[in-house]
Design a protein around this ligand. Structure first.
Ligand code: HGY
Ligand code: MN
Ligand code: MN
Length: 427
């Protein structure tokens, strides 16, 4: 099993150690952990609302810190709240192999998006302890702050500040719809986490591997339990604003109505029509629209709405953005601002091969796959050799309370993750 980034065949773990570690992955312990974490921000419909830096998010973190310490890990945090749970290897000076994901969710999220990768990473720590398998490098499980970006855009705030600390100041000042900032939320809980030592952003690491649900229909359709992710498509987020004049719904004649919502809906319908006709891989989503003053009998004076644009190629994203900008310009006074840009990002070939080798050694079928969703790994890919392990999503559904993956598949993905981490920790 090759594990080093120099393409040399290096001393990796013995097949016996890999199998011992995979056997130590406990499906039921993993299932319990996923359900225990889902209790923080649980919704009545079985989903989860654990948005970034909310009380539920922080309570979930505290629960995971105490759990990881119980597995013999030390906990650290950085200035944007990323959490690291570290178990030492035989060489304390070696760069760590890091695995993990995000614990924040969508407001109408499921139990698995992000949480699965966090729980799988902690299960790897538990399996390392239980199996006694040796590893040279330290292994760390990480919880990245605010991956979803729905409360505080942009997405992957914690991972991108970790890999580019210059972004931190801007992120700390970001406010949610109620005007509460990232900095206010983080400083409100400093005392609660004073037992967790700090570490600087941007620590070097040997490799990063993230387990995640696919959130799409491909693995289920082909009946394969593991996806070896080749890379992530590009994503761009925009805020569009239109303005008008608030006036009486009944007494304002047609010619005197300056209606912000009429302009916004004209932009939206032009965008949907043009993108429906375009490249099938181009994805446009208008997920949020705010209308002010929002009264049934007042002509809207301001509308703001989000646009989420995705495609595997930068050139297509560029041309789609300029089309969108010209549609917005067709409505007088309308403005558009780009609030996030994640470029299409390929993953490290050696990490992909290490994941594929791990699955093969364990006799687990695996296929290469591309990610339609963005992930924290997109940012880590520029910081260290990075890869992802996908497991199937039932019906391809995610960002929905009915998100579901069989526990067997979750455990299978965790076994491949554990074997991959072991290979990288012994390269
Ligand atoms: O939006 C995404 O792709 C991710 O699930 N946050
Ligand atoms: Mn996610
Ligand atoms: Mn998500």
């Amino acid at each position: 099993m090759t594990a080093s980034s120099t393409n040399q065949t290096t001393r990796g773990p013995s097949s016996e150690d890999v199998r011992a570690l995979a056997t130590a992955v406990d499906e039921h312990r993993l299932g319990r952990l996923i359900n225990d974490l889902a209790a923080f921000g649980a919704r009545d419909d079985g989903g989860v609302n654990r948005q970034a830096l909310t009380k539920d998010d922080f309570r979930g973190r505290r629960f995971l810190i105490d759990l990881a310490r119980g597995y013999g890990a030390t906990a650290h945090q950085d200035t944007i709240g990323n959490l690291f749970f570290r178990v030492e290897g035989s060489d304390p000076h070696a760069l760590p192999v890091v695995t993990g994901s995000h614990a924040d969710s969508q407001p109408t999220g499921g139990k698995l998006d992000g949480a699965y990768g966090v729980c799988a990473a902690i299960e790897v720590l538990a399996a390392l302890r239980d199996s006694g398998v040796s590893h040279r490098r330290p292994v760390e499980a990480v919880i990245w702050t605010n991956e979803e970006g729905c409360r505080f855009p942009p997405g992957s705030m914690g991972a991108s500040a970790f890999t580019d600390p210059g972004l931190l100041a801007g992120f700390l000042g970001t406010a949610d719809k109620d005007g509460i900032t990232v900095e206010e939320e983080l400083s409100a809980v400093v005392a609660d986490f004073s037992d967790v030592p700090s570490r600087p952003l941007g620590a070097p690491l040997a490799a990063f591997v993230e387990a995640h649900i696919e959130q799409g229909p491909i693995l289920e359709a082909v009946g394969i339990p593991v996806g070896v992710v080749r890379g992530i498509q590009g994503t761009r987020w925009f805020e569009v604003e239109t303005t008008g004049v608030a006036a009486h719904a009944g007494s304002t004649p047609k010619g005197a109505r300056d209606d912000a919502l009429r302009k916004a809906t004209a932009i939206a319908s032009d965008a949907y029509r043009l993108f429906a006709a375009g490249d099938d891989n181009l994805r446009l989503t208008i997920g949020r629209m705010n209308v002010a003053p929002g009264s049934i009998n007042v002509i809207p004076e301001r509308v703001s709405f989000s646009v989420d644009l995705r495609h595997p190629e930068t050139a297509t994203l560029e041309s789609a953005e300029s089309t969108l900008r010209s549609i917005v310009a067709s409505q007088d006074g309308a403005t558009i601002a780009r609030v996030m840009e994640m470029p299409p990002t390929p993953f490290d070939e050696v990490i992909q091969r290490t994941i594929a080798d791990a699955a093969r050694l364990l006799g687990i079928p695996a296929v290469p796959i591309d990610s339609g969703a963005f992930h924290d790994s997109l940012h880590l890919a520029g910081h260290a050799p990075t890869g992802m392990v996908f497991v199937p999503s039932r019906g391809g559904l995610s960002h929905n309370p009915n998100e579901y993956t069989d526990l067997t598949d979750l455990a299978t993905g965790t076994r491949v993750l554990a074997a991959t981490v072991l290979a990288l920790a012994n390269d």
